[in-house]
Design a protein. Structure first.
Length: 339
């Protein structure tokens, strides 16, 4: 890779159907030098790196999976959490954003839950989602201070914020369904997901916005570029079956290219070393769970019907268009005969 060129090796988690939302199965993808390898089709959310190990939350298994260059190396079930959206590692413990219970859990791998931070409201009231650590302090993004389960579904424009969990102070507010807060070189950069944009703001300054081409979620960076997930619109009449990572110049905010991802919805994007990506592409079986398990087979096919419905809609739309063309042709012929 030439100096200053965009990074070419990523891991991407993709969400699938969960409760009453999402599309497809979701999955785990390795992108490397133009290749996209689907490691599995298990609905996945949070993704982080710690001391040479990549950790991913497989929401379809309610488990944290660990990966090294040698392959899948650990699996920890998280039965106390619900609908986990993000994970982090701090002081030898996993921290989980338990979105479905409106809380943050600190989990010791041997002892289970050792600490809880509970937001007000029932079940998924605030839609707590993504972590960010700034100067050793843990922050989290949320859709708003709602009191009822999924109250944010009615209207969450301008109610989102980023919260310092240590002191309860909002460091950013007025956001639209935010995800992936990052504090980069003295500037907050946040996926303003429901507005299809990035928000960039230095403390005390006016926020700037970069409009993008989809539901923004998933964010990483290097010295010259931002890498932002652009997901398909799950509410479209016929949703797309793919998404993309937008590569953005940090100086000009120009989209330099888009890297395709073979799932409709991205959750997280993580730059990885080319050596790890090359190992995954060369031998993906080492990074997969036992595919003979009936449970995993059921998970990977949990919403195959959804995919068939999407493609069926596409076929019916094509048939309808052909019928309209045929009908227009018949009307033309009739007018000519009558004339």
């Amino acid at each position: 890779m030439s100096e200053g060129a965009p990074h070419r090796s990523f891991l991407v988690t993709c969400v699938g159907a969960y409760d009453d939302s999402g599309l497809g199965t979701g999955g785990f993808v390795c992108l490397h030098e133009g290749s996209a390898v689907v490691l599995d089709k298990i609905d996945s959310t949070g993704l982080c790196a710690h001391r040479g190990v990549i950790y991913r939350f497989a929401r379809g298994l309610r488990a944290i999976l660990g990966y090294s260059v040698d392959g899948l190396c650990s699996m920890l079930k998280i039965p106390d959490a619900r609908d986990v959206h993000d994970i982090a590692v701090r002081d030898g413990q996993f921290v989980c954003a338990s979105t479905g219970t409106n809380e943050v859990l600190w989990i010791n791998p041997l002892k289970g839950v050792v600490r809880r931070w509970q937001a007000e409201g029932e079940r998924d009231a605030w839609h707590l989602n993504c972590f960010c650590e700034v100067d050793g302090r843990l922050h989290i993004s949320a859709f708003g201070r709602f009191t009822t389960h999924r109250g944010w579904l009615e209207q969450c424009g301008g109610t989102g914020f980023v919260l310092d969990l240590e002191n309860g102070r909002e460091v950013l507010s007025g956001l639209n369904g935010p995800h992936n807060p990052r504090f980069i070189d003295g500037e907050w950069i946040v996926c303003d997901s429901h507005a299809g944009a990035l928000v960039l703001q230095r403390p005390g300054d006016t926020a700037r916005r970069v409009a993008l081409g989809g539901f923004t979620r998933g964010l990483d960076h290097d010295a010259r570029h931002l890498y932002v997930g652009e997901s398909a619109n799950r509410k479209a009449p016929i949703p797309a079956d793919h998404s993309a990572i937008a590569v953005i110049d940090r100086q000009t905010h120009e989209v330099l290219e888009r890297i395709p991802v073979p799932f409709p919805e991205i959750y997280e994007v993580l730059k990885i070393e080319p050596e790890l990506a090359a190992a995954m592409v060369a031998d993906p079986a080492k990074f997969q769970l036992d595919q003979s398990s009936e449970r995993l087979a059921a998970l990977e096919n949990q919403v195959a019907l959804g995919w068939r419905e999407i493609h069926g809609l596409k076929r019916r739309l094509a048939d309808l268009r052909r019928w309209e063309q045929c009908r227009a042709g018949l009307l033309t012929i009739k007018r000519r005969l009558v004339g």
